[in-house]
Design a protein around this ligand. Structure first.
Ligand SMILES: [Zn+2]
Ligand SMILES: [Zn+2]
Length: 313
């Protein structure tokens, strides 16, 4: 319930595009050094007119963009968030479902096509290097034509793909420590969550996961947990319409997290703010924010934010 004008402004600002910027303008608060912007919040590879783009999450630390996952549309969403694609310095892939990696090569290519020097370090489970190599052979003709015809630098050495197959520290620099935790996303074994510890803020991105107690441990004390979520009544409605979706229901139940369990994880982790993202289904506009949050709230008493594309937290 909105009690006064300040609360009204706060609640509307928290759902506005670029809310951080708006809050700064409205309340004169300094902008955070570590910013979190949801670029795409729809789970799954289907591209539709849902108002949600495929998964991608942006963390800006001292203005340096760190991208977690780059599903289809990530380049466009970055631009909409006001970040030039050739500024991206790091990409982290949680797992190799295509809604999380489809633009790994293309986003790098788009950064290269701007024509200024770039270097991107990509991190992810095994398969990342081959994906980059395969992308470069897919675009071999174009790349080699432009090198000769337009005097472009060869992009291929500028993308460094680093693979890991165990949880641990992935990257450490003056601004941030990034670590990973194995999560449960069968049948994929190499599926990870990422944690960013910056001096002013710690943020955990769950990736795709079923209920994973080890994720709660990993997210202990973080300021923000961005967690995936699945709304079962909508899946059941789908199965009623399409009985052949029964198998899909089993897969979804085994590999994603129901709202009540998302709340449990956030409570076990003791995070301040829980952000729901990677909505399954992400293209059913009839599900309200309240429906997404209701069961989460039963298990978690902190701040719950129902994510939207381009929302800054
Ligand atoms: Zn996914
Ligand atoms: Zn997945």
């Amino acid at each position: 319930m909105v009690h006064n004008r300040r609360e009204f402004l706060l609640s509307s600002a928290s759902f506005a595009v670029g809310a951080g910027l708006l809050q700064e303008r409205v309340f004169g608060q300094p902008q955070k050094k570590t910013r979190l912007i949801l670029l795409g919040t729809k789970g799954g590879p289907r591209v539709g007119e849902s108002g949600r783009s495929n998964p991608s999450t942006l963390i800006l630390i001292n203005e340096v963009p760190y991208l977690v996952d780059c599903g289809y549309g990530a380049t466009k969403q970055l631009l909409l968030a006001g970040v030039a694609v050739n500024r991206v310095r790091y990409i982290f892939i949680t797992h190799h479902h295509s809604d999380h990696n489809l633009e790994y090569g293309p986003l790098f290519y788009n950064a290269w096509s701007v024509g200024q020097p770039i270097k991107i370090d990509g991190y992810g489970p095994p398969g990342l290097k081959k994906m980059a190599d395969d992308f470069f052979s897919y675009q071999k003709f174009d790349i080699e034509t432009r090198i000769v015809d337009e005097g472009r630098t060869d992009p291929r050495p500028l993308l460094a793909s680093h693979e890991f197959d165990k949880p641990g520290v992935i990257l450490e620099n003056d601004d941030v420590k990034v670590s990973s935790c194995r999560v449960r996303h069968p049948p994929i074994e190499q599926a990870y969550a990422y944690r960013f510890d910056a001096p002013d803020r710690s943020i955990v991105i769950s990736g795709d996961t079923a209920y994973s107690p080890e994720l709660a441990q990993f997210a202990k004390g973080a300021d923000v947990l961005v967690h995936e979520v699945m709304y079962l009544p909508a899946i059941d409605a789908l199965v009623r319409r399409l009985p052949e979706a029964k198998r899909l229901r089993e897969h979804l139940l085994a590999s994603h997290t129901l709202p009540a369990d998302v709340g449990k994880i956030a409570t076990q982790a003791g995070v301040k703010t829980l952000v729901l993202s990677h909505f399954v289904p992400g293209d059913d506009r009839s599900i309200t924010d309240e429906q997404w949050a209701a069961d989460v709230r039963k298990g978690f008493k902190g701040q719950i934010i129902v994510g939207r594309d381009l929302l800054e937290i």
